[in-house]
Write a protein that binds this ligand. Structure first.
Ligand code: BTN
Length: 772
């Protein structure tokens, strides 16, 4: 025993000493930099599948085996006007969140969706909230929180983060944090402004020690599964908030993943300018007064509900006259007779027709409704044992009591004196392909994904939900991003030569205006795109859709892609280089990247659906007419699409990912599932050919069709189910990572093409070519 005790003491002592040494280093760097610049902290070890969120635009000033500290060019300012305050809802200037200390930290966390890949935090040591006071929070695709803390706490935070011991919530992964300077005032939950954040931050009377208890952790919105704002937890004006769609997915640990899938479908069906979609966690289902402001309660992925949950739901439907949409849960037996069909296999695909035009395949539960009472409507009838293909959707009928013999798969009932329920035995609320293991059912289900969404939309409309399209998102300014100062200057001086007046470049479609900082009160218009040139002025606000570290981490080129014009929301990247096309030095390879496009262009005059998660980029290239490629310009489109596929499939882990090329330049999975494509326009001027190449690849946008990450997940699931020993799951890809891999591969292809002609390239092209 003795040696063991001694060695464990010795080990613990060594650990303590190395921690002290680490912390000493961190403290020194932080002390040196904090007064003049923001510091961003990244972990050295990157969790596979999820890239960093924060923008490391600064220079690395410190690194050890665990973390890397970047010093920004200035102090990063964040305007908290659009954030939510952590202080209680009453407007008080005495909030304890302020003045707690003089360092503000932005913590960026991402929801863990793919639990197959990520391990949960087994070794929880230090909760973020133990290291300061939360000030404000905001959720978008990810969760952002601003904390106020002391230097010693920040040092502890850095250390715990580097040691994988910093914890926020079981479903949140901290990706990075940075020191910032807050401006403006976050909103309190009752709509008041919390005036404290930008005020005196050194006032000891406001410190945590002096906290009178008016700000306690119980007043902080829980980091519930999806960590989104749950306003019904706080008393608020009924009229002041948009109605909520609440999604309950049971008490299971998978519930947040299920919710993410339902949310993604709902967002494509309802008008998200009108509703806010929330995850109703199990705890909240039982404890929160969630009925207020609930426009719809949707139940998914929880076949057997607990009796106390059923009671809550019945109260909502009967007493509050609520609207319920249930997908195969036990509550359905309270409204209709539900029978399990022993002869049917639940995993069997069910085929039905929608609107007489779409044939949709989806998953069914294996049960059906019968003895359907008056005041009900059959939305999809049950075809019985023999028929599986004759159900049609949309031709709903009101059933009188005499027709109680009818059987149904989806039924809608208006309850006497109560609310309305739609009960469904077809799984339409989430993409069922996410659970498929074998490629054939995956393809069948994915091919029906758009039809499934149409059917879901139909049900929602029948419940009186607003399913009109959401307003087009506001256009945002662009950022000029580069890690190469020489190229950056070369680019700026070449384009500014073109400026007519006040940094303005005129094009037929789009005027670029190069500005150091962007004034958010100014409009970005369809024909006017401000490009922010100053590196330090990045607030991350319009960089949400771009994983910059993943981009630079995978970019291996001498020029192509070294200058990035990134725009979160743009009309189409195809317009960005229109005017400057002929004045760009040939050695520059700028690329315009978009987070979303409002008028994406496809080949042949088609529209290109351009949601978040799709890699969308355009870049100009020019060649001598006498060059190898100049002589064979139609090859350009093949070079680009092959670069997309080859770039991914030559990255470690992704060799067997079944991405292919279909004539002329489409990127495919299977024979029928298009994942991306290329559009090329070219002009000859004198002895040069100027081409503009646009490429769109569905990387992380599962709905409404299919994306590469769907295939990665399918592949991970099927190798898991085969228990292939040692097979590493493939990390999910980001659009930025795919663009960088493509440009890196393309640059090499072009060099090779010039040296050796087209023969070598054709070999690669045919390797991925989809025959027949
Ligand atoms: O139709 C195709 O297959 C080609 C689609 C190309 C879409 C890309 S997305 C980025 C760039 N901007 C556009 O508006 N179109 C291209």
């Amino acid at each position: 025993m003795l040696p063991l005790t001694f060695s464990s003491y010795f080990w613990a002592a060594c650990q303590a000493v190395s921690q002290r040494i680490r912390c000493h280093h961190y403290e020194k760097v932080l002390q040196d930099c904090l007064a003049t610049a923001s510091i961003t902290v990244h972990k050295k070890k990157i969790t596979p599948g999820v890239g960093h969120l924060s923008v490391s635009s600064g220079i690395a000033v410190f690194e050890d085996n665990y973390i890397r500290l970047y010093k920004m060019h200035c102090i990063r300012e964040i305007n908290l006007d659009s954030w939510t305050s952590y202080t209680p809802s009453q407007c008080t200037t005495e909030s304890a969140g302020a003045g707690y200390s003089n360092i503000f930290v932005l913590i960026e966390a991402q929801h863990i969706v793919n639990e197959d890949i990520f391990e949960t935090h087994a070794d929880i040591k230090l909760h973020v909230l133990a290291l300061g006071q939360p000030v404000a929070w905001k959720t978008t695709d990810h969760f952002n929180m601003i904390m106020s803390c002391r230097l010693s706490e920040l040092v502890q935070m850095v250390d715990a983060y580097g040691q994988d011991n910093l914890y926020l919530d079981e479903n949140l992964e901290i990706k990075a944090f940075s020191t910032i300077h807050p401006l403006g005032s976050p909103q309190t939950l009752n709509g008041c402004k919390d005036s404290v954040v930008s005020k005196n931050t050194n006032n000891p009377s406001n410190s945590a020690e002096a906290n009178d208890g008016s700000f306690s952790h119980t007043s902080i919105p829980n980091f519930c599964m999806n960590t989104e704002q749950i306003p019904h937890k706080h008393k608020m004006e009924k009229t002041s908030k948009p109605p909520n769609i609440l999604v309950y997915c049971g008490a299971d640990e998978n519930s947040s993943r299920m919710y993410a899938s339902v949310k993604s479908s709902l967002e494509l069906c309802v008008n998200t300018d009108v509703y806010i979609i929330y995850h109703l966690s199990h705890v909240e289902m039982l404890s929160s007064p969630w009925v207020d402001n609930t426009a719809l309660l949707l139940l998914s992925s929880c076949t057997q509900l607990l009796p106390e949950v059923e009671e809550k739901i019945k109260d909502y439907v009967f007493k509050a006259k609520g609207i319920l949409l249930s997908f195969n849960t036990s509550i359905e037996s309270s409204f209709s007779q539900k029978i399990l069909d022993q002869s049917k296999d639940a995993s069997q695909l069910f085929t039905f027709r929608f609107d007489n035009s779409h044939t949709i395949q989806c998953l069914q539960s294996g049960s059906f409704f019968c003895d359907i009472q008056g005041n009900s409507e059959i939305i999809v009838s049950y075809p019985g044992k023999k028929h599986t293909h004759d159900s049609s959707f949309g031709a709903s009928r009101v059933i009188g009591s005499s027709l109680g013999q009818e059987k149904a798969l989806i039924v809608k009932s208006k309850l006497d004196g109560g609310g309305t329920v739609v009960l469904s035995q077809l799984i339409l609320e989430k993409d069922p392909a996410h659970a498929a293991v074998d490629p054939s059912s995956f393809i069948a289900l994915k091919s029906s994904n758009t039809g499934r969404l149409l059917a879901l939309k139909h049900i929602l409309a029948s419940l009186g939900m607003d399913v009109s399209p959401k307003a087009t998102p506001n256009l945002t300014p662009s950022y000029l991003l580069s890690q190469n100062q020489d190229l950056r200057h070369k680019f700026l001086s070449s384009v500014t030569k073109k400026l007519e007046e006040k940094s303005r470049v005129k094009t037929d479609h789009l005027c670029l205006t190069f500005v150091e900082k962007f004034d958010p009160s100014k409009q970005v218009a369809e024909n006017l795109l401000p490009v922010i040139t100053e590196e330090g002025s990045r607030r991350g606000e319009w960089l949400e859709g771009f994983d910059e570290p993943d981009y630079w981490g995978h970019l291996d080129t001498s020029s192509l892609g070294q200058i990035v014009l990134y725009t979160d929301v743009i009309t189409s990247t195809m317009h960005v280089f229109e005017q400057i096309l002929f004045s760009l030095p040939h050695s520059l390879g700028p690329v315009a990247i978009a987070g979303r496009q409002t008028s994406g262009r496809g080949r042949g005059g088609n529209m290109w659906l351009s949601p978040k998660g799709c890699a969308m980029f355009t870049f100009p290239l020019s060649f001598d007419v006498d060059s190898e490629i100049g002589q064979r310009i139609p090859f350009l489109q093949h070079l680009v699409s092959t670069a997309v596929v080859h770039g991914i499939r030559t990255s470690s882990c992704y060799e067997n990912l079944d991405l292919r090329l279909k004539w002329p330049n489409d990127i495919y999975y299977g024979k029928n599932m298009k994942l991306g494509g290329v559009i090329v326009t070219s002009t000859v001027m004198g002895s040069r050919i100027y081409a503009t190449i646009g490429c769109g690849v569905n990387v992380a946008n599962s709905d409404p069709t299919i994306c590469i990450n769907d295939i990665i997940q399918l592949s991970n699931r099927s190798s898991n189910s085969k228990e292939t020993s040692g097979a590493r799951p493939m990390p999910l890809l980001t659009p930025a990572g795919v663009i960088a891999r493509t440009l890196s591969t393309l640059e090499k292809f072009l060099v090779d093409f010039e040296k050796h002609g087209h023969t070598h390239f054709c070999e690669i092209y045919y390797k991925y070519w989809l025959h027949g």
